[in-house]
Design a protein around this ligand. Structure first.
Ligand code: NAI
Length: 286
């Protein structure tokens, strides 16, 4: 039987989530995606109109098929958690069942089970502010959207994950080294995500024979990264200073994710795996 993957955090064809979906599709997995509610309309319209057809192309020439797109807002676990102003917001009112619990239920009703869970999402309203100027609300929002969202997804999807399955999330080295400008609590959120990777690897391993890993990816000019404001500088810095002086392709992260969730990585869990042209190993840039 082929594997089935749910990838949370795909809303265009530029980010890591899209590249991971493609790598998994190329390896034969069935692809379900979770798309942030406010981005759903434009994503589905673009898909339908063929705007992504070129980037849907897989190495064998066929086009990646997305079996279903689920609206998702990973900062809400159940309908009771959704505040009134969000419920009635017109970008949300057109969709339903998009809290984490409801999405897991919908996937269960539609497909029964999954084998692979991918978390490729982050958000921090104050990301352009230094930590020293970040509000409590902004900091907690970053953690909620970027770290707890993974805890919640795993909590709700674990019961429908087949034993032997695996999860992967995306992190960034700003968790462990200081990257000025990666603000708003995002560095803190990534530190939480990495620490949780170990704890959840233990808990989900014991409870459901599920592996939990995270990829510490190098810089990519995705939509989310452009919101930070200095992604081009990060890409240039990496090019100048990394052991491998080449562009980092989203597909390289996609391929590593496909490896990590495959039986080839059956003994790898609780790990932070660097896919960054080796930049993390450098102590002095020359
Ligand atoms: P992206 O823009 O493709 O992905 C972020 C996604 O998160 C978007 O689709 C957005 O709609 C979604 N999202 C935001 N808030 C959400 C919510 N509350 N519920 C559901 N979805 C929500 O950008 P990218 O950069 O590919 O990000 C994917 C992951 O990779 C993130 O965790 C990011 O921190 C991580 N990463 C990115 C790096 C980069 O340089 N682009 C470097 C290292 C890690």
């Amino acid at each position: 039987r082929g594997k089935r993957a749910f990838i949370a955090g795909v809303a265009d064809d530029n980010g890591y989530g899209w590249a991971i979906a493609k790598a998994l599709a190329a390896a034969g997995a069935e692809i379900l995606v979770g798309t942030w509610v406010p981005a759903l309309n434009i994503f589905e319209t673009s898909l339908r109109r063929g705007k992504f057809d070129e980037s849907r192309r897989l190495p064998n020439g066929s086009l990646m098929h997305i079996a279903k797109v689920y609206p998702l807002d990973a900062v809400y676990d159940t309908p009771e958690d959704v505040p009134e102003d969000v419920k009635t917001n017109k970008r949300y009112a057109g969709s339903s069942n998009w809290t984490v619990k409801e999405v897991a239920e919908s996937v269960k009703n539609d497909f029964g089970s999954i084998d692979i869970l991918v978390h490729s999402l982050a958000n921090a309203p104050e990301v352009t502010k230094p930590l020293l100027e970040t509000s409590r609300r902004g900091y907690l929002a970053a953690i909620s959207a970027s770290s707890y969202s993974f805890v919640s997804l795993l909590q709700h999807f674990l019961p429908i994950m087949n034993p032997g399955g695996a999860t992967v999330s995306l992190t960034y080295i700003a968790s462990e080294r200081t990257i000025p400008g990666y603000g708003g609590g995002m560095s803190s959120a990534k530190a939480a995500l990495e620490s949780d990777t170990g704890v959840l690897a233990f808990e989900a391993g014991r409870k459901g024979q599920i592996r939990v890993n995270t990829i510490s990816a190098g810089p990519l000019g995705s939509r989310a990264a452009k919101a930070i404001g200095f992604i081009e500088k990060m890409i240039d810095y990496s090019y100048s200073n990394a052991p491998l002086q080449k562009e980092l392709l989203a597909d390289e992260v996609g391929n590593t994710a496909a490896f990590l969730v495959s039986p080839l990585a059956s003994a790898v869990t609780g790990s932070v795996v660097y896919v960054d042209n080796g930049l993390n190993t450098m102590g002095l840039a020359i």
